[in-house]
Ligand binder design. Structure first.
Ligand code: ATR
Length: 282
């Protein structure tokens, strides 16, 4: 069995991934714990690529109470969870595990984190808005349910591989209900101006830009990249050059963490100071 190596003293909460050394989650949760006066420890846990489930089980056996799950294990975490929340089921992936005896609850806080950052932190109401979501991979699927629950008038999913966007439309049609026009297209077909354009492709990782018409942006458009970094991403630079307001995904990172913290501890931390501290450290 894999040895569970967290920092001493034993941490009840971990972020599990491979690689994991870069993760900001221990810093974020330590700040949340201090701010809410919760007695808890949170560490990084590197799982071997072929031993995610065994690593989780050993952590639980040693007294682990919760875990965040990151690349490349979100689908394995989904499979491992005995109970799934509605938002985890819709996302098809789990980023938050909660352990209670032998029970494993799987949740997904990514989408709520995104919506909270847009609505609360950026002060951008989503009701009745037109949204363009770029990408149809795991990141896009993970945020669709909370986006639709915010009741936009229109949500267009644009992807390089249009069939994948169409599959998501079919899957999420029941959640959109009567209130939202949900449709799929290729990048070239998205031409009208949107209120919100979200980049959920992994293109920014390679400093690439989805081939997008400048006409999707206007002065009141919020262009949101789920990636973040010290410099604006190429997507943010393109959107800003075409007159849009821009925001990166650092706030989503902090808000998804806050929601996980709430799932585990039942206490909701304030996020503004943590966000400012992380921004200063980038
Ligand atoms: P993630 O979990 O980050 O969403 P993923 O499931 O592999 O990763 O999905 C990656 C997404 O980014 C997909 O929508 C992919 O488009 P395809 O479905 O056509 O592959 C998109 N993507 C990746 N690189 C891209 C690029 N250079 N330009 C446009 N879209 C890109």
């Amino acid at each position: 069995m894999t040895a569970v190596m967290t920092t001493a003293p034993f941490a009840e909460y971990v972020v599990i991934g491979n690689p994991i050394a870069h993760s900001k989650s221990p810093d974020i949760h330590a700040r949340f714990a201090a701010e809410t006066a919760q007695d808890m420890r949170y560490a990084r846990l590197l799982a071997p690529l072929d031993a995610f489930a065994a690593t989780v089980q050993e952590f639980v056996a040693q007294g682990g109470r919760g875990a965040n799950v990151t690349v490349p294990f979100k689908l394995e975490a989904y499979a491992l969870a005995g109970t799934l929340t509605a938002r985890a089921k819709a996302a098809g992936a789990v980023n938050t595990l909660k352990f209670d005896g032998n029970q494993i609850l799987g949740d997904n806080t990514d989408g709520v984190g995104l919506v909270c950052d847009i609505v609360r932190n950026a002060g951008f109401d989503l009701a009745q808005k037109k949204i363009l979501l770029l990408g149809a991979g795991g990141a896009a699927r993970g945020v669709l349910l909370p986006l639709l629950e915010a009741r936009p008038a229109q949500l267009t999913i644009a992807n390089r591989t249009v069939a994948k966007a169409q599959e998501l439309v079919e899957q999420f049609q029941p959640y959109g209900g009567a209130h939202c026009q949900l449709n799929a297209c290729g990048f070239a077909e998205a031409q009208q101006q949107y209120d919100l354009v979200i980049n959920a492709t992994s293109a920014s990782l390679q400093a690439q830009l989805p081939p997008l018409a400048a006409s999707v942006f206007g002065p009141a458009t919020l262009a949101y990249d789920m990636m973040y970094g010290r410099q604006p991403t190429v997507f943010m630079q393109f959107a800003a050059a075409n007159g849009a307001q821009v925001r990166d995904g650092l706030g989503m990172l902090v808000e998804q963490a806050a929601e996980s913290f709430f799932v585990w501890r039942g206490v909701r931390p304030h996020t503004d100071a943590v966000f400012a501290a992380l921004r200063a450290q980038l």
